[in-house]
Write a protein that binds this ligand. Structure first.
Ligand code: CA
Ligand code: CA
Length: 214
C-alpha cells in the first residue's frame, strides 16, 4: 500500500479522534487502524468507477467469511443487517466501527443485544419457532435429510422450552437475555454470529498492532 499523504493522515487522525470519543472499546490509534482497513475494503469496491456510500452486502459477507470464519448464509445476512443500522443496504465507515466495537470487544450485554438482533430475522422483536428452525437448519449438519428435519424440530422445541421464560411460544428480548445470563453458552444457540477468539486475535494483530509501527 502506498504511503498516506501527510494531509490525508491528518484528516484520518482527526476523524479517529472524534470517533474514538463516541464509540466504545477502541482508542484513537485503533480507530485509525479500522478506518485504514475500511478504506482498503472500499478501494476494491470503487473499481467499477462509481461512488458507493459504504460496504455492500456481498463485499461485507465475503469479509465476514474470510476474516472471521462466519460462513452460514442467514447468519451473515443477520450480521450485515445488525451492522447496517439505518438499513440502507450499505455499511458506512461509522457503522463499520460501531459494529466492530461489539463484534470484537462487546461486553455481555452488548453481545446479547447483537445476537438477538441477528437472530430476529424479520425484525419484529421476537425470535419465533420458524426463525429458530431456519437458523438451526442453516448451522447444523446432520446425517440425513429426514433425520435432520426431525432432529432440528426437536432441538428447536428443547431450546425454546429452556429459553421461553414467559411461555408464550416465542423469545422476546427479555426471555433471551434472562436465559443467557443463566447460561452464557446459549448466546450462540441458533448459530455462530460472533467471531471466535483466534479470528479476533488475528484481525487485531493485523489491523491494530501493525498500525503502531507505521
Ligand atoms: Ca422475528
Ligand atoms: Ca416468550
Amino acid at each position: 500500500m502506498s504511503q498516506m499523504s501527510n494531509k490525508n493522515k491528518k484528516v484520518v487522525q482527526n476523524l479517529a479522534k472524534s470517533i474514538s470519543k463516541e464509540v466504545k472499546h477502541f482508542n484513537k490509534i485503533e480507530v485509525e487502524g479500522l478506518i485504514g482497513e475500511y478504506e482498503v475494503l472500499m478501494q476494491d469496491m470503487s473499481n467499477y468507477g462509481r461512488e458507493v456510500p459504504g460496504l455492500e452486502r456481498g463485499k461485507f459477507r465475503s469479509k465476514l467469511h474470510s476474516m472471521f470464519g462466519i460462513t452460514h448464509d442467514i447468519i451473515m445476512d443477520g450480521v450485515f443487517k445488525t451492522f447496517d443500522k439505518d438499513n440502507d443496504g450499505h455499511v458506512t465507515m461509522r457503522e463499520w466501527i460501531e459494529g466492530l466495537s461489539v463484534f470484537l470487544r462487546g461486553n455481555m450485554d452488548e453481545q446479547i443485544k447483537f445476537c438477538f438482533h441477528v437472530f430476529d430475522l424479520n425484525g419484529d422483536g421476537y425470535i419465533s419457532r420458524e426463525e429458530m428452525l431456519q437458523l438451526m437448519k442453516n448451522s447444523l449438519i446432520l446425517a440425513t435429510e429426514e433425520e435432520s428435519e426431525e432432529g432440528i424440530k426437536d432441538l428447536v422445541e428443547i431450546t425454546l422450552n429452556r429459553m421461553d421464560h414467559d411461555h408464550d411460544g416465542k423469545l422476546s428480548f427479555e426471555d433471551f437475555e434472562k436465559a443467557i445470563k443463566e447460561e452464557n453458552l446459549l448466546l450462540t444457540a441458533f448459530g455462530p454470529c460472533l467471531p471466535d477468539y483466534k479470528s479476533i486475535e488475528k484481525f487485531e494483530q493485523r489491523v491494530f498492532y501493525v498500525q503502531l509501527f507505521q
